[in-house]
Design a protein around this ligand. Structure first.
Ligand code: UD1
Length: 430
C-alpha cells in the first residue's frame, strides 16, 4: 500500500534540479541497441519506466551496464533474441520502440501488442503504416506484432495524425533503410529532436527533426557514442505548477526554457511572474490566480501531459476556466478525485468546465495514471489538512524522487508503505 501522505497548506519555495526526459530516454535506450559498439547515455532518469525498458533490453541479449544512477552503457552486439515478452509490454507501452530499432537493425521483430492504456485508446496504425511503407511485412497474430522485411527501402510517408511514437519508431527503422525517407506531418516534440540528435551522433543522417518534415538518408551501420539526454519538460512543468498552486516561488534548474514556453506563457496569463535565465525558470505566485482557457495540442502547443496539472491549478483560480483535451479522449478521470477535495469541475466530452473554489480540503484519493497522479499530489500540497494519494506506482513511472524533491521545497509529504507509518506521520505533524 505505498502511498504519499501530505499535509498541505504551505507555499513551496526554493530550487529544484530537473532530471533527464523520461520520454526521450525510452526511445534513446531502444535506439542504443541499434549499434554494435558501446553507447554511453548520461542524464538518464532513474524511474520505473526506464528501468523496465532496460530489463527488456537485457532480455534480448544486449549488455547493459549501470555506470552510476544516471549513466548507463548499452552494447547491442550480442542481441540474439528478437522477441519482446508480453510482460514488459504490459508494464510499459514504450517497449514498442524496440520494434523500430530491431526491425531497422535485424529486419525482424516480434513484440506483444501494447494493450489499452488508461488515458484513452492508443492505436498504432501510424507506426504500422510507416513500417509497411519502408517495405516491411507487418502482421498481428496471437497478440504479437510480427514485422519482417527482406530489406527496408526509403519511402515518402505522410502521417495522418501527429504522433510522437510513430514519428520516432519509423525514424529509427528508416535510419537503416536503403535510400531516403521523408516523414511528413511529423511530431515536433523536444524528445523527437533528442532522439534524432542521438541517432545522428551514432552516424545517422537525419535532418529536419523539430519541424514537420523529417528527412532521413539511410545508413548501413551505426557506431558507438556518448550522449546526454535533454531535461524533462514535463517534470519541470509539474514543479512550475506546484509553485503556482501553493502560492510559492520555485526555480526549476537544468532546463531548456524554450521547451517550457507554452507552460510559462499560461502561468503568466493566470497571474504568475516568470523569470527565465539560460538554464532555469523561476515561477513566483504572489498574486491571486485568474481563470483562462487552454487546449492541449502537439508541440509547440500546450502539452497533454500538463493538462491535469493545469486543471487542478485553475480549479483554485478566480472565475470560470475551460480546458479542452484534444490528444487523448479519456484523460479527465482524476476529476472525480478532485471533487472529493472540493473542486468544482464538470467534464463534458473532451472539455472540462471549471469554477474556481477558495480552497481544497484534504481527502483520500487515488492516482489514475502518471501525470494525473502528479497533479493530485500538487493539489494535496495546496489543500487544507491531510491528503493521502494511493497507487503512487503510476507516479513513480515517470518522476524520480518526487516526494524528496518536494520535501526540499518545504512540502510536508512522506512516502509510506504501511498503516503504521501513516499513523506515525500523522502523529509527527500533529
Ligand atoms: C507520447 C508520450 C506521452 C504523451 C504523448 C503526446 C511517450 C512514451 N509518451 O505518447 O506521454 O502524452 O506522446 O504528447 O513518449 N495515434 C494514432 N495512431 C497511431 C499513433 C497515435 O491515432 O499510430 C493518436 C493517439 O491515439 C493520440 C495521438 O495520436 O490521439 C497522439 O499520440 P502519440 O503522439 O503517438 O502519443 P504516444 O507516442 O503514445
Amino acid at each position: 500500500m505505498e502511498q504519499y501522505v501530505i499535509k498541505g497548506g504551505n507555499p513551496l519555495v526554493g530550487e529544484v534540479e530537473i532530471g533527464g526526459a523520461k520520454n526521450a530516454a525510452l526511445a534513446i535506450l531502444a535506439a542504443a541497441t541499434m549499434a554494435d559498439e558501446t553507447v554511453l547515455i548520461e542524464n538518464m532518469p532513474d524511474v520505473r519506466d526506464t528501468n523496465i525498458l532496460l530489463q527488456a533490453i537485457e532480455s534480448i541479449g544486449a549488455i547493459v551496464e549501470r555506470v552510476d544512477r544516471h549513466t548507463v552503457k548499452i552494447n547491442g552486439s550480442r542481441i540474439s533474441n528478437l522477441v519482446i515478452a508480453d510482460d514488459y509490454v504490459k508494464k510499459i507501452r514504450a517497449s514498442y520502440y524496440l520494434i523500430g530499432a530491431l526491425l531497422g537493425k535485424y529486419k525482424s521483430a516480434r513484440v506483444a501488442l501494447p494493450g489499452g492504456c488508461n488515458i484513452g485508446s492508443r492505436p498504432i496504425d501510424q507506426h504500422i503504416k510507416g513500417w509497411k511503407a519502408l517495405g516491411a511485412d507487418v502482421k498481428i497474430e496471437h497478440g504479437l506484432i510480427i514485422t519482417e522485411a527482406e530489406k527496408l527501402s526509403g519511402s515518402h510517408i505522410y502521417m495522418d495524425v501527429v504522433s510522437v511514437g510513430a514519428t520516432i519508431n519509423v525514424m529509427m527503422s528508416a535510419v537503416m533503410a536503403e535510400g531516403q525517407t521523408i516523414i511528413e506531418n511529423a511530431a515536433k516534440e523536444p524528445h523527437v529532436v533528442d532522439v534524432a540528435n542521438f541517432l545522428n551522433s551514432m552516424g545517422a543522417n537525419i535532418k529536419g527533426a523539430g519541424t514537420d518534415v523529417i528527412r532521413i538518408k539511410g545508413t548501413g551501420r551505426l557506431h558507438g557514442t556518448e550522449y546526454t539526454i535533454i531535461p524533462d519538460q514535463i517534470e519541470a512543468g509539474t514543479f512550475m505548477f506546484a509553485a503556482a498552486i501553493t502560492k510559492g516561488d520555485i526555480t526549476v534548474k537544468n532546463v531548456i526554457p524554450k521547451h517550457l514556453e507554452s507552460i510559462s506563457a499560461k502561468l503568466a496569463e493566470i497571474g504568475c511572474e516568470i523569470e527565465e535565465s539560460d538554464d532555469a525558470v523561476r515561477v513566483v505566485a504572489s498574486k491571486p490566480l485568474t481563470h483562462t482557457q487552454v487546449k492541449t495540442l502537439p508541440y509547440p502547443g500546450f502539452p497533454t501531459d500538463m493538462q491535469p496539472q493545469m486543471v487542478v491549478t485553475l480549479a483554485l483560480a478566480r472565475g470560470a476556466s475551460i480546458v479542452t483535451e484534444s490528444i487523448f479522449e479519456n484523460r479527465f478521470k482524476y476529476v472525480d478525485e478532485m471533487t472529493r477535495m472540493g473542486g468544482d469541475i464538470k467534464v463534458e466530452g473532451n472539455t472540462a468546465f471549471i469554477n474556481g473554489v477558495e480552497k481544497y480540503t484534504g481527502a483520500s484519493i487515488t492516482a489514475p495514471d502518471l501525470r494525473a497522479g502528479a497533479a493530485l499530489v500538487i493539489a494535496g500540497l495546496s489543500a487544507e489538512g491531510i491528503t493521502t494519494v494511493d497507487d503512487i506506482k503510476y507516479i513513480e513511472r515517470g518522476y524520480e524522487d518526487f516526494h524528496i524533491k518536494l520535501q526540499s521545497l518545504g512540502a510536508v509529504i512522506e512516502r509510506v508503505d504501511s498503516e503504521r507509518e501513516l499513523q506515525k506521520f500523522k502523529l509527527k505533524i500533529g
